[in-house]
Design a protein around this ligand. Structure first.
Ligand SMILES: [Zn+2]
Length: 391
């Protein structure tokens, strides 16, 4: 399992290695002297940790020495080694499962989408894990550090269990099932925290002090980061499914005007089919009908965009972050209706300086990236738990 390192040189040594690794990730390539300045560690400690991290395949020396502007011989800078290690990520969605592989720097090497298989939770996860095993067989030259498993619903990362209402899963030992099939350590995380983590590590939030991440597709979710660290509350993730955004859409909770009922992809498609704008539930068909001038299709997508913009503004005014990042296909696949999202946001927010909303840089790759980023975050925080040093 992925957890606290035992007998692997954890503690202070691992904390120092993590500090060196993260300084290089955020600012590299760096000379050893620059790493010492960024981390406030001594030069001997920095040199020792860099040797260990090079041995583990996490860092490499840059090919050509660069002048440092300092007196003495030029130093050889170190940078992340993008050629050896890779992180696998699996995102299990209600209808679609995505898996992929990224480098240490979060560059997606490949990703595959399959329909989420039917069956019991065990059957579904075993079948996905077998597919992932076959996929990883295509990358014999990479050292795969593990599998990041990202999924909606309520996740218990410590015990590797998950509950997923829309899939009707309760207390499923997801981590153990996928570890048994793949033989790799599995890091389980909720999909919205994992997506926010991807933004913190490699995306728009890398250099901000506080950020609000807002996700929408089949589900809606929100995550908050301050000082480069994702806030994780006790027990379960925050829930914005029933945030009141107005309107007359009935929600399974018995009220009307709840956010998720208004914007979830399946709910939007059901409305479009009922209204006669579509023969079958297909989000691409709905968008192209709206583009072709179908007034009903356009109204349904406009209503969805307005509800999203209103919700983003309500949350922005509560959290007051430096940056708001919008992710998920409800935003990234809907460029025609983004102006409606922004207009509703501006009409609702009451704080000054509204121009802080940006789009996730991962677009339709967000699910695969998120799953990989959950594992990479664990690696950057506890490198020896996934890659024990030899001494
Ligand atoms: Zn509700």
């Amino acid at each position: 399992m992925v957890g606290a390192p035992s007998g692997t040189g954890g503690g202070v040594r691992e904390a120092n290695a993590a500090a060196v690794l993260n300084a290089v990730r955020a600012h590299g390539p760096l000379s050893r002297g620059a790493v010492a300045r960024h981390t406030s560690l001594s030069m001997p400690t920095v040199s020792r940790q860099i040797s260990t991290l090079i041995d583990l395949g996490l860092l490499s020396e840059s090919p050509s020495p660069q002048p440092t502007g300092e007196v003495g011989r030029p130093t050889v800078p170190v940078d992340l080694n993008d050629d050896v290690i890779a992180a696998c990520g699996v995102h299990v969605g209600v209808t679609t499962t995505t898996y992929g592989l990224t480098t240490l720097r979060g560059v997606l090497l490949d990703s595959v989408r399959i329909p989420t298989p039917p069956g019991t939770p065990e059957e579904v996860l075993q079948r996905i894990a077998r597919e992932v095993g076959g996929f990883l067989g295509n990358w014999p030259e990479r050292r795969i550090i593990g599998v990041g498993l990202a999924i909606g619903g309520q996740v218990d990362p410590e015990r590797g269990l998950l509950d997923h209402g829309p899939l009707d899963w309760r207390g499923v030992p997801a981590r153990a099932i996928v570890e048994a099939v793949t033989g790799l350590p599995v890091h389980l995380d909720g999909h919205v925290p994992a997506m926010a983590t991807a933004e913190l590590l490699f995306g728009e939030a890398v250099h901000t002090r506080s950020a609000l991440y807002f996700y929408a597709r089949e589900m809606v979710g929100v995550a908050v980061a301050a000082g480069g660290v994702l806030h994780r509350g006790p027990g379960q993730s925050g829930n914005i499914a029933h945030l009141p955004v107005g309107g007359d859409v009935p929600c399974p909770c018995g009220r009307t005007g709840c956010l998720e009922a208004a914007v979830a992809e399946r709910a939007v498609l059901e409305r479009a089919v009922r209204a006669g704008a579509l023969h079958r539930p297909d989000i691409r068909a709905l968008r192209s009908a709206a583009r072709d001038g179908d007034a009903t299709a356009d109204r349904i997508l406009t209503d969805r965009a307005r509800a999203l913009g209103t919700a983003v503004a309500l949350l922005r005014d509560i959290v007051n972050p430096e940056l708001v990042i919008l992710g998920g296909q409800a935003f990234t696949d809907a460029p025609e209706h983004l102006a409606v999202v922004h207009d509703a946001y501006r009409a609702t927010t009451v704080l000054p300086g509204a121009d802080i909303v940006t789009m996730s840089r991962f677009g339709p790759d967000v699910q695969a990236m998120a799953a990989c980023a959950g594992l990479l975050t664990h690696l950057y925080a506890h490198p020896f738990s996934l890659l024990p040093p030899r001494i």
